[in-house]
Design a binder for this molecule. Structure first.
Ligand code: FES
Ligand code: FES
Length: 165
């Protein structure tokens, strides 16, 4: 039987404890062990950004981390964004047609969430720079940047209750 370790962390505000193999990635842990499949896997080697989650408030590639490395941490996934309806960032992506297949979208949303926490009024250049590590194969980035600008305006006007961080 493979060696296993206890991992205890907080995911979207909920305490989680699981026995995991040391080689299991945080992405696989979230998807398979915690059954939060909103975090997507694309390249699985740190390039596409689809697997982006928040670790103690900072965006990370969950395909590059082992679950055991997140022991004791706070993890925020896309499932933690919505409360009583979509999060303003999700609403803005919807309203501005900033997704097609949606495969990249959870990672985009988490990256944007981090950006708007740090920079509530980013320029279009800052938005493009923040999203440079999140690859979208179908939408093109213009609508995504439009959506982020709209989301920033909505968040400045009415900040939501946050649980993802
Ligand atoms: S799946 Fe992690 S960066 Fe592509
Ligand atoms: S919406 Fe399809 S990859 Fe971005």
């Amino acid at each position: 039987m493979a060696e296993r370790h206890v991992v205890r962390l907080t995911v979207n505000g909920e305490s989680v404890e699981r026995l995991v193999e040391p080689r299991k990635t945080l992405a696989d842990f979230l998807r398979q062990d915690v059954e939060l499949t909103g975090t997507h896997l694309g390249c699985e080697h740190g390039v596409c950004g689809a697997c982006t989650v928040l670790l103690d408030g900072d965006p990370v590639r969950s395909c590059l981390l082992f679950a055991v490395q997140a022991d004791g941490a706070r993890v925020g996934t896309v499932e933690g964004l919505a409360h009583d309806g979509l999060h303003p960032i999700q609403e803005a992506f919807h309203d501005h047609f900033a997704l097609q297949c949606g495969y990249c979208t959870p990672g985009m949303l988490m990256t944007v969430h981090d950006l708007l926490q740090r920079s509530p009024s980013p320029t279009r250049e800052e938005i493009r720079k923040a999203l440079a590590g999140n690859i979208c194969r179908c939408t093109g980035y213009h609508a995504i940047v439009d959506a982020v600008e709209a989301a920033a305006a909505r968040l400045r006007a009415a900040p939501p209750r946050e649980a993802a961080r």
